[in-house]
Design a protein around this ligand. Structure first.
Ligand code: PMP
Length: 406
């Protein structure tokens, strides 16, 4: 599929700014339909949802709940109440760690996470292990991010209660073989939490097909607003979990000495909800459905291949991860001999190319790979071939501009 010009024109920032925006793994750009929907909500339907009995509040509630159904359908969850709105992936994972982890995990149990985890899916489990006395096992990957069946089997021991794993690594772009992980977890009776922050924006994710128990993602990485994300949890698990946060909107009845909690999913949505965020996320989901995952994937693969083919011909540049563009999910992370990634990123910025430099909130993975920091370009279907060429050209001049004579 060639990039439909009209799709590109739906992104106001990309139209008004000549930047080659290649930091999509950090956050995507927003199409006008998302921005319009947020504005429309505040102009036409703004009231505190789930509270008032007047028409405007009922309308706000209905828009908020229809966003929940959109997320349910996106993930193919069985019931809308299996979707809990959160601020982002980080909050969704913390909800599970505090509410499920601290209550279900005991001394003598094990929690397994992979070495590829973002700190957001690592620190909550370090906390649960620390507080409960459980062990925390790291599922090691190969240097290119591959998780072998042996590693999966050996690092999910029989006493495992939780396996928390990324769907796509934000450093290597590698996709986890979720079915193999779930099969082993089920053998030992562990639940599986999937960190889908980097996958939902790029591939169809079906929670029933994958068989995961929990899944977390952020709206802002799939062109929705910042400050809205979601947790999927199997209904029977969410039902038995205590609330993570307490306060307004999550109760049935409160007395001086206690409270009974609201039904799912409201038990987990204390306080005034981010209804405008949910409405914006709903618009982003509609937008993704309009374009189609197949088209997005095809386009991202083409651009990834272009970038990988070009970058491997540039001397002194080393790409992390697999050589196969299918194993990158649009993420190209690299080092340049003798140049600090912060300098790489500044030089690219001077050519109007926006990339991320640093440890990408995955310091244990970088330590395992033997690097302290890297430069990451991350692609979305709305990027253009010209932008990839500009990126490659800029990368090819970095060493010279840092004073090296080849
Ligand atoms: N997990 C992964 C794999 C990520 O890439 C990110 C974002 N970089 C997160 C979790 C955290 O997402 P958020 O900051 O939106 O909570």
């Amino acid at each position: 599929m060639s990039l439909n010009r009209s799709i590109r024109e739906e992104f106001p920032l990309l139209v008004s700014n000549d930047v080659a925006y290649l930091d999509n793994a950090a956050t995507a750009q927003r199409p006008a339909c998302v921005l319009d929907e947020i504005r429309r909500f505040y102009e036409n339907a703004n009231a505190n949802p789930l509270r008032g009995l007047y028409a405007l509040s009922v309308e706000a509630t209905s828009e908020y709940e229809s966003a929940r159904v959109a997320v349910q359908q996106l993930l193919n969850a069985a019931h809308p109440e299996e979707i809990v709105f959160t601020r982002n992936t980080t909050e969704a994972i913390n909800l599970v760690a505090y509410s499920y982890g601290l209550n279900k995990v005991k001394q003598g149990d094990n929690i397994t996470i992979s070495i590829m985890e973002h700190h957001s899916n690592m620190l909550p489990w370090q906390m649960v292990a620390g507080k409960t006395g459980a062990t925390l096992t790291y599922l090691e990957c190969e240097k290119d991010g591959a998780l072998t069946e042996d590693a999966i089997r050996n690092n999910i021991p029989d006493n495992t209660k939780i396996v928390a794993i990324t769907h796509v690594s934000n450093v290597l772009g590698r996709t986890t073989p979720v079915e193999t992980v779930v099969a082993r977890a089920k053998e030992v009776g562990a639940v599986v939490l999937l960190d889908a922050a980097q996958s939902v924006a790029h591939m169809r994710v079906d929670v029933q097909k994958l068989g995961v128990d929990f899944l977390a993602f952020s709206g802002h990485k799939m062109m929705g607003p910042m400050g809205i994300g979601a947790l999927y949890g199997k209904r029977e698990l969410l039902e038995e979990m205590p609330p993570f946060l307490t306060g307004g909107e999550m109760i049935e009845y409160v007395t001086r000495t206690g409270a009974t909690y609201a039904e799912l999913p409201h038990k987990f949505e204390a306080g005034t909800v981010n209804a405008a965020g949910a409405v914006g996320l709903h618009a982003a989901i509609d937008f993704v459905n309009r374009i189609g995952y197949e088209n997005m994937e095809e386009r991202e693969l083409l651009l990834t291949r272009l970038a990988l083919d070009g970058i491997k011909d540039i001397p002194h540049v080393h790409v992390l991860g697999s050589e196969d563009p299918h194993e990158h999910c649009g993420i190209i992370n690299f080092t340049i001999d003798g140049v600090h990634p912060h300098d790489v990123s500044q030089i690219l910025d001077s050519d109007n190319v926006a990339v991320r430099a640093g440890h990408h909130c995955a310091q244990p993975l970088l330590a395992y790979l033997g690097v302290r920091s890297t430069t990451r370009a991350s692609i979305m279907f709305y990027n253009t071939e010209e932008e990839i060429q500009r990126f490659l050209k800029s990368v090819s001049t970095v060493r010279e501009r840092m004073g090296y004579s080849e």
